[in-house]
Each structure stands twice: as structure tokens, then as C-alpha cells.
Design a protein around this ligand. Structure first.
Ligand code: XMP
Length: 207
């Protein structure tokens, strides 16, 4: 898979000038990507993807649950005919990788001879996107590309790059805009770095 040349290169994000809201200040160390910045980039991604698939029927396959906010914002800007399906893959428990990949929800749509775009929240080791791409390829789609909001290149253990990337983030655990820690923080409108005391609290409670 080759990165799309039409989308402007994703920037390495360090931190945002936005203030962490009072309500979650104790759990979020810093805002990495503010809500307006996400909005602008997702619009840009949608425009480029829509141009790339102009005149073609597109099937978007999104991974549950972390893509839900990104997916909703992305597809509402598309003016191409598309179908949507969701696939469930579980690879992480809490903040750390379980190492095992398990399909928790299968697709309903038939992908044979269709143009397919796989949408995920974050590309880290690359194992999830590779496993999903391999699974979907078995159905012989006409084309298969990948799109992620966030890319953590330092975490990569398999040789895989996404075709469309929103932002490059440092090797930190991030939450918000769909991404969770133990099913929390998905509703935050920005992407932020989780404060280490949240991990420590969870591991103290488990021990
Ligand atoms: P891999 O390592 O397979 O991971 O590329 C992709 C999946 O791992 C989860 N993930 C994260 N989730 N904050 C999260 O909330 C993170 O920093 C993070 N890094 C990886 C995510 O579910 C993604 O689909």
C-alpha cells in the first residue's frame, strides 16, 4: 500500500495550544490535536478521498469501536455513492496489547469486485490493519485502500503504511475522538494524552 500523494503529508503533532477542559484536566495530560484542527483535517481527507473515488461506487469498512466519531465526520462530507459496513476486531485490553486478534463482528456486505476503503482510528503496530486487510482481500475486492486518523510510526512492528493518514502522533497512549482507555474518554472532541496516574490507578486496583 502506498500513501496517497494527493492528500497533503500528515504532520507530526506535538501539542495543541488549546487548554484541557476543567472537567477532565486530572486525567488528560495535554491536548495533542484540538477539535477545530481535527475538523479541518477530516474535511481535507474527505475531499481527497471523494476525488480519488469519483465515478466509482465505494464500500467503507470501518473498525469498531474507535472509528465511530471519525467515520461519522468523514462520510458526511462525501458526495460519492457509498455503502457502509462495520467490522469488529479486538486486540487491546485496557491500555496494553493482548497480542491476540479476534474478529468480534463480521461484515454483512459482499466485497467481491467492489472498491473498498478500510477506516481505522489509529495505526500502531500495524497488526490490526494487516489482519483486517488480509481478511477482506479473501473476498477479492476490485481495490482495497486504508485510511487512519492517527499514525504512530514508532510503534510499527509490521511493514504497513496507510493510504490516507490524518496526523502522525508520538509514541504515547492517546484518547478522545473515539479512542478509549477502558471504554472511557471516547466522547472527548479532541485527541489528548492520558495522564499516567490513570494507568497506575487501574493497575493498582487490579493488583
Ligand atoms: P495496532 O497495534 O494493531 O493497533 O496497529 C491498532 C489498534 O490499537 C488500538 N490502539 C490505541 N487505542 N489509544 C487508543 O485508544 C492509543 O494510543 C492506541 N494505540 C493503539 C486501537 O484500537 C487501534 O485500532
Amino acid at each position: 500500500m502506498n500513501p496517497s500523494s494527493r492528500l497533503s503529508a500528515p504532520k507530526l503533532v506535538s501539542s495543541s495550544r488549546a487548554q484541557v477542559p476543567q472537567g477532565c484536566a486530572g486525567d488528560i495530560e495535554q491536548i495533542l490535536i484540538s477539535a477545530p484542527r481535527i475538523h479541518r483535517r477530516v474535511m481535507e481527507m474527505a475531499q481527497v478521498i471523494a476525488e480519488d473515488y469519483h465515478g466509482k461506487r465505494l464500500i467503507i469498512v470501518a473498525l469498531l469501536n474507535g472509528t465511530v466519531l471519525f467515520l461519522a465526520d468523514l462520510v458526511r462530507h462525501f458526495e460519492v455513492p457509498l455503502s457502509l459496513d462495520l467490522i469488529g476486531v479486538s486486540s487491546y485490553r485496557g491500555g496494553t496489547s493482548s497480542g491476540e486478534l479476534e474478529f468480534t463482528k463480521r461484515l454483512k456486505l459482499n466485497l467481491r469486485d467492489q472498491h473498498v476503503l478500510v477506516v481505522d482510528d489509529i495505526l500502531d503496530t500495524g497488526k490490526t490493519l494487516r489482519a483486517v486487510s488480509e481478511e477482506l482481500s479473501k473476498q477479492s475486492p476490485a481495490s482495497l485502500k486504508t485510511c487512519v486518523l492517527l499514525d504512530k510510526p514508532e510503534g510499527r512492528t509490521v511493514n504497513l503504511e496507510a493510504d490516507y493518514v490524518g496526523f502522525i502522533v508520538p509514541h504515547l497512549f492517546v484518547v478522545g475522538y473515539g479512542l478509549d482507555y477502558d471504554e472511557r474518554y471516547r466522547n472527548l472532541p479532541f485527541v489528548g494524552v492520558l495522564h499516567p496516574h490513570v494507568y497506575r490507578k487501574s493497575s493498582d486496583q487490579q493488583s
